[in-house]
Design a protein around this ligand. Sequence first.
Ligand code: AHR
Length: 315
Amino acid sequence: MRNIRRIMMVLVVLGLFVSAVGVSAQGGEGLTIGFSQIGSESAWRTAFTNAVQAEAAERGINLLFSDAQQEQENQIAAMQAWIAQGDVDAIILAPVITSGWDVVLQEAQDSGIPVVIVDRDVDADPSLYVTRVSSDFVHEGRLAAAWLVQATSGNCNVVELYGTVGSAAAEDRATGFREVIGLFANMEIIRSETGNFVRTEGKQVMESFLSAEDPANICAVFAHNDDMAIGAIEAIKEAGLVPAEDILVVSVDAIPDIFNSLDAGEANATVELSPFMGGPAFDAVVAYLNGEELPKWIPVGGGLYTSRAAYDAEH
Ligand code: AHR
């Protein structure tokens, strides 16, 4: 009874979250903007890159694209080159990890180049950047946990496929997930290891979980992204188990491949992370250059889906 009351409470709280998806306006024609992207570790990341590039082309923005291949030092080097050459009107930064940005952000500010953070967060002083366009990763973790709590009536041993250690996407999803399952005595994370948001690594880590644990003791896998979930599904099947039945699968991103898995009955739920942050980020640059004051966070929302039809109905 107490569990049911708690589940209701969690669901009500989550329902109160109203997401503000940035409404995209046109603007920015003729601007040159540097975009420092993390890499291409996941299908979501590639969709995000494509969406930013398409939005820039549509607006007539000259986008200088730099792929950091998961290395923060590559991101800093690209930004410092743009700053030194003085050939950009603004920089958009998708930071791989949270810490270590103060110096380069200060350099950009000293050179009068505004920086907009997209996707993952930084722990630098907010006065060093214009704004951050992103989803609420803590909320994503809470949503995934709330779905699992109601699916298992608050009784579940979870294995966690962690994203990149030190990244806001991983750390915050982990926080939100733990916040909700912590309300239930019989919900526990029994194993957690990073798969770096990569499908093949997700599979390898899941294989190691399945050999280290009695599989009957694993009720669910919470993957910090869909690619790792898809890797885990492969591992579960190869172990002779039925994904989404013997082991529940919940993850984040809402990429096309996970809808194939959901519709095939091999995954259970995904939390949407919109890749369409380029529009609000360009709007922020234009507004800043026009002298407007901006909030330090421009949230991009997303729901939880258990089928392609449910997703399509809302998009
Ligand atoms: O920062 C967002 C995360 O990065 C996505 O959830 C994941 O797929 C990507 O690698």
